[in-house]
Structures are given as structure tokens and as C-alpha cells.
Design a protein around this ligand. Sequence first.
Ligand code: ACO
Length: 427
Amino acid sequence: MADTLSVTDNRTGNSFELPIRDGAVNAMDFRQMKTGDDDFGLMVYDPAFKNTASCKSEITLIDGDLGILRHRGYPIEQLAEQSTFLEVAQLLLEGELPTQASHDEFVHEVTHHTFVHENVKKFMEGFRYDANPMSMLISSVAALSSFYPEANQVDDADARRRQIIRLIAKIPTLAAFAYRHSQGLPYVYPRNDLSYAGNFLSMVFSISAKDYRPHPALERAFDVLFILHADHEQNCSASAMRSVGSSQVDPYSALAAAAAALYGPLHGGANRMVLYMLEEIGSKDRIPEFIKRVKSRDALLMGFGHRVYRNYDPRARIIKALADQVFEVTGPNPLLDIAMELERIALEDEFFVERKLYPNVDFYSGLIYQAMKFPIDFYPVLFAIGRTAGWLAQWQEMLCDSEQKIARPRQLYLGRDERPYVPMDQR
Ligand code: ACO
């Protein structure tokens, strides 16, 4: 059996044999299929990249049919149970689980880069009192680029690593400042004696106590949530990171673009939309009416469906279990009952079964955030903290891949042919 694809161009009768590598044919191989010398050659058309691999990657594997997620070969269930977020970040970035010495150094570096320049604080103070925290995060990450001119040396591995450490270290600080701003509370500086998640919770929740200690169960829950959001291969925001980064702009600017992509309600903004949806439904007896609206295309069941998963998102299963542990500390979230009943009804309904729509990572995460008293608009920011590790791993892999060039899709031009300009008074 040959690993090739035979193609006959019926316009010309010419046949071609295209190599198949790693389960794909190279789109450039179609360019040789022409109707004449002045023909540009055949292109492939794939809006929204539904069946186009834009890169080769060794970071994350998703098997959407089986509901499998692995980072560098390690199943997400094992990482969520046994690892820490900073270890997973290192795994994503470096390809292997770190040794103790290497991990200690990484944690030390991240811990000692959590402060931001005082001018960043002033910059954030300029936002309106009711600014959306995700807008604040996107803008302030972009603003960081102006503080590190060396960040544009994207071909220098050492400079790259310094920006990676800075970004992983400072994102929680920017996120917490955005939260404090929206609450009218003074910003709390990072603390080096706390864990990554613990320091974030301290910057968010501590009022005046310098010895604030997060509840260990909540600290661990947050670390696990960061792990679960750390990477998800070529999703909308990772593609934005790679695409913008391919112009060789600095990683702060590229990451701001990725965070902007995440903000949208069909991506990382879905976690907040789930909460709005559950609040709108309000009680279990109103679920059938809502499902009817979804089926008549009047509403989307937010937190359901995925471009890749056609099975239960493994992260949703872990988060559901995590929610129970969090609710033991915070007290239950009354919306959980509605969410579980909604899931039960949807999973039995032909509309959802036929389309293989299952809960995704966003379906249950918002319930945890709400129980911890985070405002709904802050949920995508929490997503962005964990995902920063993945964006940076994707960015670095793209830069080190000799097959990559500046991202520049083609188009099928279907507009008007050449025509002469008509002056305004003759139109
Ligand atoms: N509610 C109702 N119907 C849905 C939903 C949903 N949540 N998701 C998909 N469908 C339907 C579509 O209308 C379509 O039906 P049709 O074939 O009859 O036209 C079918 O299922 C296939 O869905 P597509 O929209 O083609 O799938 P796509 O891969 O383009 O979209 C997406 C994936 C954006 C996640 C979609 O499922 C959705 O909008 N979900 C709700 C938003 C959400 O939860 N986003 C978070 C995703 S996870 C993340 O980014 C972190």
C-alpha cells in the first residue's frame, strides 16, 4: 500500500500522485494542478480551518472521539491529580517533566518576577471603575511590551526564556490588579512565600492581613484549574498567538492578541456566558423551555459543544469533581443543581446526541468561580492565567520550527473585476 494520494484533474485529464505524510497531504502540492501557464494553480478552501493542520506540534494531543487530552504524552487526569501548574508549565515549554533541581530553579525564577513596574499600576488605575477585567488584562499585557525592549529578540533563546518567565510570573499580578480595580480596592503586591496559586489568591482576596493564608483546598483547586486550562493545542487563541507571533513581534504583543481571542463568548468567554445562562434559566422546571429555545436556534447551550471533542471533555469531568471539594469549603452553589439537570436532559436529547454535543471545560468552571465570589466578568481572566503557559509553549514551538513562516492565508477572490473610478458627482 503506497502512502500517496492519486488525483486526476478532470479539467485537464492530468494525474498527480501526492505523498501522504503523518496523515496529511501538503496543500502546496495542489498548486501544480493548473489549467494553463497563466493559471495560479489549485488552492484548498477551508474557512475556519476545519480540516487544515497549520503546524506540526509535539505539545498537546486531543483525541476528540475518545475524549482524550494529553500534554507531552501525559494524560490530563494524571497531571491534574499529581502535578502542579508550574510543573505542567515547564512540561509544556520544555517537553519533559523537570528534575527537582530544574523545577526549583523555574519556581524560584517565576516567584521572583511577579512584580510589575509601578507605571503598570498607574496605567491600570487609568481604567474606568467598571472596566471589564479582560479588557484590562489584554491592554496591560500589551503594555508590558513597552517595558522590555529586548523582548523583540525573538530569535535569541535566552531572551525568549526571560520573557516566558516574566509572562507566567506577571499574568496573575495583572489579573489580580484588574480585579482589585473593579472592586475599588487597593492593589496587593505579590508575596514570595506563597505558591503560584496561593499568591494569586492573596493578591485577590487579602484585605489588610499581611499573613493572609489561602484555604489549602481552594489553593489546590486553583492550581488544578490552572493545569486544566494550560493548553489545548490549536484553538482560536493559540492560533492567534502563533499567527501574530509569526510576524516576529514580541511575545507580550502576541499574547495580548491571544488573550483577545480568548475573550470571545465562543471561546474562553463561554464560562461567563454559562453563568448568565444558568441565572436566566433560574430553576429546574424552566429547563425544558430553555432546551426548546436551543433547538429552535433561539439560544445556544453555552458550555456545550466543541470543535474537536465529540465526546465528554475530560477537563469537564475533573472540574465537576473539583467543584464538590470547593463547595465543601465555600458552601454549595445553588446553580449546580440546574447545571446538572441541564446536562442530564441534554445528554438524553436527540438534538444533542445526534450532534455529539457534550459539556466542555467551561460548563462547570464558572460555578466554582462564583462560589469563590469572583464576579462573572472575571472568569475569562482566570482562564487566561492558566492558558498563558500553553500560548508561550505554542509560540516557542512555532519560532523554532524551520517549516514555519509568517502566517498568511490565501483567499478566493469573488469580488468585482476591474472597473473605472466614478467621481462622486456622477454616482
Ligand atoms: N448549543 C446548541 N447547538 C450547538 C451548540 C451549542 N452549544 N454547539 C454546536 N451546536 C450545533 C450547531 O448549531 C450545529 O448544528 P447544525 O449541524 O444543525 O447546524 C452543530 O451543533 C455543529 O456545531 P458547529 O457550530 O458547527 O461546531 P463548531 O465546531 O463550529 O463550534 C463551538 C464549536 C463554537 C464550541 C460551539 O459548539 C459553541 O458555540 N458552543 C457554545 C460556546 C462554548 O461553550 N464555547 C466554549 C468552547 S470550549 C473553549 O473554547 C474553551
